[in-house]
Design a protein around this ligand. Structure first.
Ligand code: NAP
Length: 258
């Protein structure tokens, strides 16, 4: 199905995931109304304006979640809204905890609002999103990969739920295009401990200095699984972790992050 002549909106469009959503939407022929907090900040907009189809079918809007009503013009006239804008607080003592609480409350509020207003909503819940960057700045979820290739002596004793940013963007569009999509879609390509990831990285990039030792000697968290069934039924094809890691490192290199 092509999105030709359909108008959709993307909030927080300059973000890591949203930039890929915008790219894939433009590729499929959609007209995209995209919001950023500062349309005059080139670091937030240049990579979007350079996308294929942007000249003809991308419109930028200014909107901030903290300003009541500021998204009205962004969503007006759209058949679908991809809502990815999310503030992230770095200056609290446990940002991860606050972040998780904020995401849970935000999703609950979205379910309540869409139910009350009879809006068809689907939630996409990805694991740790990595893969090539479209924006010029480093985003939080790709940082763990950069740390593993940037001269670190040890790797952290952490198991992540890895997923490719292109699969996440594709899932958003598939969920929009498929009228029977409903509820929440957990997106996890592969669950792997950092000890496994460093092995993969060493195989892919033998010339890079990649840590061999774990940061502590505590037992590794056991590997568990997150079902792929619902996402695959939607049409999501998960990119192998090796491919995602290769493309992530090449993208970081190309953008001179190491
Ligand atoms: N990356 C992951 O691993 C991951 C995993 C699970 C869920 N998520 C969720 O996916 C979404 C996108 O994440 P991401 O990794 O792409 O993050 P990102 O690159 O940091 O992008 C987030 C965007 O949110 C916008 N934003 C922040 N505060 C805002 C505000 N007050 N008003 C309007 N916009 C605001 C920023 O817009 P400006 O650039 O215009 O300032 C930024 O571009 C978030 O909701 C995040 O919680 C991400």
């Amino acid at each position: 199905m092509s999105g030709a002549e359909k108008v959709v909106s993307v909030t927080g469009a300059s973000g890591y995931i949203a930039s890929w959503v915008v790219k894939l939407l433009l590729q499929r022929g959609y007209t995209v109304k995209a919001s950023v907090r500062d349309p005059n900040d080139k670091k937030k907009t240049e990579h979007l304006l350079a996308l294929d189809g942007a000249k003809e079918r991308l419109q930028l809007f200014k909107a901030d979640l903290l300003e009541e009503g500021s998204f009205n013009s962004v969503v007006e006239g759209s058949e679908g809204v991809f809502h990815t804008a999310s503030p992230f607080y770095h200056d609290v003592s446990d940002p991860q905890l606050w972040y998780m609480i904020s995401k849970t409350l935000a999703e609950d509020a979205a379910w309540k609002f869409t139910k009350e207003n009879r809006i068809d909503m689907v939630a996409i819940n990805p694991g740790l999103v990595i893969g090539p960057l479209l924006q010029p700045t480093l985003n939080t979820s790709v940082e763990p990969v950069l740390k593993l290739i940037n001269g670190a002596e040890t790797f952290p004793n952490i198991t992540y739920r890895w997923v490719d940013v292109r699969d996440v963007a594709n899932a958003h569009i598939l969920a929009f295009e498929n009228a029977s999509a409903s509820g929440r879609y957990c997106l996890v390509g592969r669950i792997a401990h950092c000890s496994e990831v460093v092995k993969l990285l060493r195989g892919l990039f033998p010339a890079l200095k990649i840590p061999e030792k774990c940061a502590d000697d505590k037992p590794f968290t056991p590997i568990y699984q997150v079902s792929k069934e619902r996402a695959q039924a939607l049409g999501v094809k998960f990119t192998p972790l090796e491919v995602t890691l290769k493309d992530t490192v090449e993208s970081l290199k190309e953008k001179n992050f190491f």
